[in-house]
Unconditional design. Sequence first.
Lengths: 145, 182
Amino acid sequence: MKNFKRVLGILFIIGILMATYIWFFVYNKPHRNFEKAKPDLTMSARDCYNSFSENKIHAGGKVLEIYGIPSSIESSDTMVVAVFAFKQGMFGANGIRCTMLADNQQKARGLSTKDTVYIKGFCAGYNGSDVILENCSIINKLKIK
Amino acid sequence: MKKLFIAAFVLLLAVPTYAQRYITKNGFISFYSSAPLETIEAKNDQVNCALDTQSGFFVVKALMRAFVFEKALMQEHFNEEYVESAKYPNSLFSGKVTNIKDINFYKPGTYQAIIEGKLTIHGITNPVTAKGTFTVANGSIIGEAKFPIKIGDYGISIPAPVVGKIAKTVTITVNVHLNPLK
């Protein structure tokens, strides 16, 4: 009887620990930290756009690192988007749109449209006009010249 | 000389056509599901939208993977099990503002709009009618609409264990700030 109670107590504690683990690390697991993530692919912005628009790669859901000279930096109170434009389309200029992480927005606002920059982010895919990168961070804008 | 006149005429036709198209690439769409056990909301602020103010042609395109959920697990399930984002990466609404003649895009103000068209999600297309508004101000147009969709109509089935967590009808909210196409 004593042993049975001990086993029951151990099972109860294991159950509580499992429930705690599932609650914190499965059900409420945090979003991936894309700033620290290792890129699955690194390529120039132009190659990246061409590969997607010509249906040569399907990198939606992957972490991409791209480099090139941004065409423009779109900025609002809540959002900063680095734009690499290559072609004119139905929705304006087509290319790659990189939405910056909040803690990279200030740095992105200061990006030059003359210098090469490396940007890493989560690729949401290609919407028929643009490759969308989200949660982006600037890697090292002096990496190549 | 005749060719020159024809070229000038074509140019005259082409210029206003461009000025009539308003676009954004930062449109906002959210969906809201209220079920007995859980409330779920997802937001996407990378939505493409175009409006032709003369013909009323209205198109909205959104990448499914760009929807952001509060919980990472929900986002994972949404993409992998429900909408199958790898197979069906985009959702598309293509239609017309049926009462376009009632809207004066040259005069600031808020106008009621009726939009009819086809919505494709998860590879399945259904007709949709939505009521919304267009607000004309400072050379821009702000389009807003809210409408319900039944997720079953788009081939998205809810597994039995989570039936109390996901509503059968979800509310779609669209908010787009459109600027003239340059």
